[in-house]
Design a protein around this ligand. Sequence first.
Ligand SMILES: NC(=O)c1ccc[n+]([C@@H]2O[C@H](COP(=O)([O-])OP(=O)(O)OC[C@H]3O[C@@H](n4cnc5c(N)ncnc54)[C@H](O)[C@@H]3O)[C@@H](O)[C@H]2O)c1
Length: 300
Amino acid sequence: MQVEALNAVVVGAGTMGTTLAKLMAAQGVSVILVDTNRHVLETSRLSMGESAAVGFASELTAGQHPDFVIESVTEDVAVKQQVIAQIEASVADSSIIMTNTSGIPIDEIAANMRLPQRFLGTHFFNPADIVPAVEVVPGSHTQASVVETACRWLKQLGKRPAILNTCVPGFVANRIQHAVMRECLALLERGVVEPEALDDIVQYSIGVRMALNGPLYQRDLNGLDTHLNIARYLYPDLDARDKPAALLEDYVAQGRLGAKAGRGFYRWSDESRAQHQAQERESLQRIIKIATQHAKENAS
Ligand SMILES: NC(=O)c1ccc[n+]([C@@H]2O[C@H](COP(=O)([O-])OP(=O)(O)OC[C@H]3O[C@@H](n4cnc5c(N)ncnc54)[C@H](O)[C@@H]3O)[C@@H](O)[C@H]2O)c1
């Protein structure tokens, strides 16, 4: 289904902005991708292929009337506030403005906005043109009709918008991801398991199951009484620190930043990273197809 002729602006042409523009262009939305870094813009343009629907610009131009603007710049509240101010100064009052923040509270980003009622969080996942979920996060000033319009558009783009009742730091996905990673790092620090074994256990148990069912649906299948019995003896032993693990601080201080730096928990070469990236898009699409089919079969 092609989306009715709409115009959008995406500010920030990095990892997320590029795949957001790809998503929209594929659905017939006319999109302008803006980034102050000309090198980033050029890289984005090259990765986009020949898409007539995407325009590239190094700054916002005044007097635009896009239906939607998505801010997807660096995850820094001051930078985002500045970019939102530029967006508000450039686009019509009727444009809906979204932020793709991974979890900065919406009211903080909107603190200096003139019209915060047309602003909300829409947290896409990487790559935005493939992963279906979008966390939709209203701020305390966001109008209900703005949330409705944004969700309708996201569905037309083929996404699965899920609305939060209340904005909390990290929203839902990053809170869960960080709770999982806090325990993973604690297990490594305690010497309970090696990184390869931990990845194997999680990927081929909880991981494969969660590709089919959300955690609550899955627990229903397992039995809540069993879950409670385990929770009673286990929680006192789980990691509950309110600071990042020393192991993580050490790795980052040493420049072990992960695949992009050649070393994180594993060693990476340019080839191994490129090979992973080349396979990931297609594999993700296949997993999403299986998950969607599984959900349909369960519903029928
Ligand atoms: N990478 C992910 O997996 C992911 C997933 C979901 C959400 N996000 C969120 O999406 C946003 C963007 O993340 P990313 O990974 O694409 O970052 P990125 O670093 O790849 O891209 C950010 C871009 O913003 C540009 N930028 C900075 N200031 C600007 C300005 N004033 N005007 C125009 N452009 C400006 C930078 O030049 C850069 O190209 C962040 O809020 C991030 O938390 C990231």
